[in-house]
Design a binder for this molecule. Sequence first.
Ligand code: 26V
Length: 822
Amino acid sequence: TPGVEDDRTGLGIETLKRAFFDNLYYVQGKLPNRASTVDYYMALAYTVRDRLLQRWLATEDILTRPEVRIVGYLSAEFLMGPHLGNNLINLDIYAPVKQAIEESGLNLQELIDIEEEPGLGNGGLGRLAACYLDSLASLQIPAIGYGIRYEFGIFDQEIVDGWQVEITDKWLKYGNPWEVARPEEAVEIKFGGYTQPYTDDQGRYRVRWVPGSTVMGIPYDTPITGYNVNTVNTLRLWKAEAPESFDFTAFNQGDYWGAVNDKVVSETISKVLYPNDEQIQGKQLRLQQQFFFVSCSLQDVIRRQLESGRTLDTLHEKFSLQMNDTHPSVAVAELMRLLVDEHMLEWDHAWDITTRTLAYTNHTLLPEALEKWSVSLFGSLLPRHLEIIFEINSRFLDQVRLRYPGDEARLGQLSLIDEGGDRSVRMANLACVGSHAINGVAALHSELLKKTVLHDFYELMPEKFCNVTNGVTPRRWLALSNPRLTALIDRRIGNGWLTHLDRLRELESAADDAGFRHEWRMVKRDIKADLADHIANRTGISVNPDTLFDIQVKRIHEYKRQHLNVLHIVTLYHRLKQNPNQDMAGRTFIFGGKAAPGYDMAKRIIKLITSVGDVVNKDPDVSDRLRVVFLPDYNVTFGQRVYPAAELSEQISLAGLEASGTGNMKFSMNGALTIGTLDGANVEIREEVGAENFFLFGMKTEEVTALRSQGYNPMSYYHSNETLKAVIDLIASGHFSHGDRELFRPLIDNLLYHDPYMLLADYQSYVDCQDQVDRAYRDSENWVRMSILNAARMGKFSSDRSIQDYAQTIWQADAVPIEIEA
Ligand code: 26V
């Protein structure tokens, strides 16, 4: 009927209100007088989901066309963050929905804030995957994210007596309105057993895998909206289930508990995300998780290939599969098994298809983070895959021998098998050999990969190597999280910049406009006041929004050097105690981040931060100028509050160790200035914003290497630097631990006797640089100028640019606009 809007798709205010209460009644089963905030949130989520379904189905439909190329992003982690607000932005329905909710007597922000975020990732790597899905959809590139539907995501963090305590993350407790189960597309996954050679009817030698057990992979699909386009891609996460609810033979034989136990064991596979930054090598369940989601996803890809009317010979023409780190690298062996054993292709042909389909992104140079699986564990779980890996290796090493006759040392480095001690499978080597492209995540990182961990692979096949510098989505990290700054930018340069972030350059001239600077400053000031309220509510600590907000949020790790930040805080404290009239801008130091549950040193760093905070915040001599806050449970939701409020972004890792960093980009986009080392993407950020708008300190990568090889002696810095000595002695004396000299001894001894991340070598340079920051902040007009220039020059770090790089250099994927009937 003309003039009457459909309740499932209409965007008029009255229609939205009707649809909202309709969903409250028919989906949540509640009348308004009995509805909780969660009920209202669910009703709104369904109202929004209804409004994207047509586009979602239209996008799914074009995937079946044989000529449409699809990117599959294989990742053990997707750190999506809350969906509701993001979908309102991407569907461009924020304003009408806000009005409809307000006219219903409710508060939109409160409903957005109640969403349990799906924390299915640890940190940078998982959040990068989420930003990339947003950009793929926004660029209208057909794509599927493949991963695991963990029942428990990254743990929630509480701080008790200054220490981290881990709480299980029950993100599904109220149900998940954003996912749709597709049990009809379930697949079977096999484990264990043994292999058997046989001769097929053409007389060819073949191998059959006789598995020991089976689990089912059930896909759960989440729509991924693009910004202001019809494309709605899919995030397909696999849940593990038992093939049948009861094993009837066991049941009949009376082994009821055994039968139920089998079910429990199967479902364990997708139960919980491993918190990384901790040794997970040798954990059988972790390898099961990796194989589980890889095999589910590859079977799904093959089904789609065949259903589109193609044969497997052209799999690489329809699909490009990106491996996010080595976690999915067993895909090399599994794709070979599917093609050779199940679909009867010749080895060489299958190998050609496999290597042309797969590509590999490396995310770390830390040697302890490179995945290895013992040959015996691997063989007991995946006997056929181990044989395939041996076969790949033997053919590969034959080629290496031809290139480098007699070079046994090189052969040992390149081998997929580490023969030293307990033999193990090197997953990075498998990924390199099985991919047509290998990339690092920032320019420096990609260079270091070629020089260090993957040096021999680079010499052998330089054409495979490339760089794709990371990026973040400005939709979530600016439009959604910082609506006030977004509105200010819109007023100045119009819209369109959210999808063409280079256009932020048009703000450069505004940096010289005193009126604009004033508005910029007022926006920042308001957001800082909001964060101050939040801090007071969550921690009871009052902070002054007129002090410099100096923020470090990221996973807690020694290489990221949160404790170097603490050494600076204690330095300022020590100075103020010596000279209470010291002239300095007031500072609020804000920390957030989780430590891996088994990483004692990281947990002690949290305790150090909270302990220094307890003393400093209560000391009337200093507390008007110094505050130290540790905000518990740093996650995507909290990130959205914190980046917009920051003035100084701490990116202080030891040079050469942070592959890229992505928080650094979120801060700078929101107008924070960076204090940082020449590490990861900091190098490129500094190039973009200009050296004069960046606070650089510390050794460069080459200096780190040189110092290490000449023999690093941290104690010499301690003895030759009076302030450093005083600061370390103050911590060691128990000043921040009620006289307890043991509490921080492991940290202090580590610094004095080993200092693997060279804090003491960089200490003086860091403190000097912080003093420069202090002077710069007190020239407030110029600070605001630099802040505007930082934001204006961040165009390169939109994940749209990263995805365009991947699409052109690795995937050869194009935009496919989706048509829908009005
Ligand atoms: C894993 C482990 C496991 C064993 C113990 C130490 C350790 C340390 C780090 C890691 C993380 C490996 C992969 C990772 O998350 N890399 C991060 O990827 C981000 C996205 O590319 C990038 O911005 C970060 O710099 C990088 O650390």
